[in-house]
Design a binder for this molecule. Sequence first.
Ligand code: GLU
Length: 279
Amino acid sequence: MTRSKMWALAGAAGALALVLSACTGSATPGDTAGGAGQKIKIGIKFDQPGLGLQEGNTFTGFDVEVAKFVAGEMGYAANQIEFVESQSAQRETMIQAEQVKLIFATYSITDSRKEKVSFGGPYFIAGQDLLVRADDTSITGPATLEGKRLCSVTGSTPAQKIKADYPGVELVEYGTYSMCVSALESNGVDAVTTDNVILAGFAAQPQYAGKLRVIGEPFTEERYGVGLKKGDIETCTKVNDAITKMVETGAWKKALADTVGKSGFEPDDRNPPTPDACS
Ligand code: GLU
């Protein structure tokens, strides 16, 4: 290559870099929309079958499907989404630190979380329930857990509920539900508590077939919202419009049947919910 050709190439590369930086200049971290190939970072669970599950480079589950639909309505193709793991205790911080733009991670809308983040949705209603070993008939509900070892996840509403209402229960907290479920199988704990739809997904995994059982009497209401930056009404409105469209077109129902539905879980008649007003 001649010297002049090299300079011409360097000049072209420099011009391209300028164009690219101009495109991204106005975007906030986690949301670099504005040109082809730009990405949006979305927080999901990586270990919850039927909801948010990572298998190699593939992500499956109802949260993933709702995330893809909403991102699509916001102008992002599936290959422009970067999924990031957001464990229960890290969700508010990840939004506040702008590590992700949106979170779809079985994330219940609560007043105390609303002090730190805002929510689109809800897009699903679940309820707290219990998972036990299939042959254990001694546990029939939260009132029968006295003196038993119960596992839940740090920073989750189910762990909070047990601490507040059932102080006699020995609560073991892990970072993820998959850790709780393997502890249940190996007799490290006697039960796992979280949302019924999450527990149903684990119970239906081939390695747990016949070994684990969901009690099936939910005792809270968990309204799954889309976590986003506190006060970002513009994004919240886009999210809600997309959820409404997903429900109205039948895409919500199909996504649910293709994911959570495979575990045999039947959503109750509070579903699909209508999104709250953005605030
Ligand atoms: N929906 C509950 C929560 O947001 C439990 C599930 C979870 O930990 O992701 O805390």
